[in-house]
Design a protein around this ligand. Structure first.
Ligand code: 6PG
Length: 235
């Protein structure tokens, strides 16, 4: 299904992001009594998390996961967990039972990937399905820590993969697989700035594009794409 596309100034994008995520949380609660969302790092967090912090989620039934994490301590300024904790979950006093940090600071990333796979399965059931997968996009078209041409893109044996050679520093990371992300009830992609315009044009206009963002949008059943004017300039 073609994604819903919104090209607008940042403030309107954030309003749309919050309204969409909040609506999905209501649908999920009605459907299965819990709401599961997976978060990225980067600019989507910097702008999106303070906006999401403005609304009240039911922390007793909300579960927060990550689409990827860097192999750094959670106290590091590079930590995706740390970003969400600082800008959303901390200010909102989200309960610890709601927060499922990716243990990417484990020196054994294979073990960490298996542990997170089990955690997702223990909370979401055998075929874990997120309600919302929130994604940023790199200038190269990567999403989460799935980079163009990387073997991880075609590895669907598990939900979570270790990455030892990411082209975007730091090289060591954990990431959800393409299928775990694309299986989400709702995939939301937000891209800001002119350096994202070329990949977003390719992802939305080229049906045979093999960019990670293109692959996830083609596989998602319901997707929303939020672009500021600079990122949407080529559409
Ligand atoms: C990460 C992110 C990554 C990010 C993109 C876009 O850990 O680095 O999760 O996938 O979303 O790199 O980052 P920007 O939005 O900051 O350009």
């Amino acid at each position: 299904m073609r994604p819903n596309l919104v090209v607008a100034p940042l403030t309107s994008l954030l309003d749309r992001l919050v309204a969409d995520v909040f609506a999905e949380s209501g649908h999920a609660q009605d459907r299965r009594g819990i709401f599961a969302i997976a978060l990225p790092g980067g600019s989507v967090g910097v702008h999106g998390f303070p906006a999401l912090a403005a609304v009240r989620f039911d922390w007793l039934t909300t579960h927060v996961f990550w689409v990827d994490e860097r192999a750094v301590p959670s106290s590091s300024p590079e930590s995706n967990f740390g970003l969400a904790q600082k800008l959303w979950l901390g200010p909102r006093r989200a309960s610890a039972t709601s927060i499922h940090r990716m243990p990417a600071d484990d020196p054994d990333l294979d073990r960490a990937a298996r542990a997170y796979d089990s955690e997702m399965t223990s909370v979401l059931g055998d075929a874990p399905r997120l309600d919302v997968a929130l994604l940023g996009v790199g200038p190269d078209g990567h999403v989460a820590s799935l980079f163009p041409g990387h073997a991880a893109l075609s590895d669907d044996r598990q939900l979570v993969l270790p990455i030892e050679d990411a082209p975007k520093p730091p090289p060591r990371r954990l990431t959800l697989t393409l299928s775990a992300i694309a299986a989400a009830e709702r995939v939301v992609v937000m891209a800001l700035g002119k350096e994202k315009a070329a990949v977003m044009q390719e992802a939305l206009e080229q049906d045979d594009s093999s960019l990670p963002v293109s692959l996830v949008l083609r596989r998602a059943s319901r997707a929303l794409v939020l672009l500021d004017e600079a990122a949407g300039a080529r559409l």
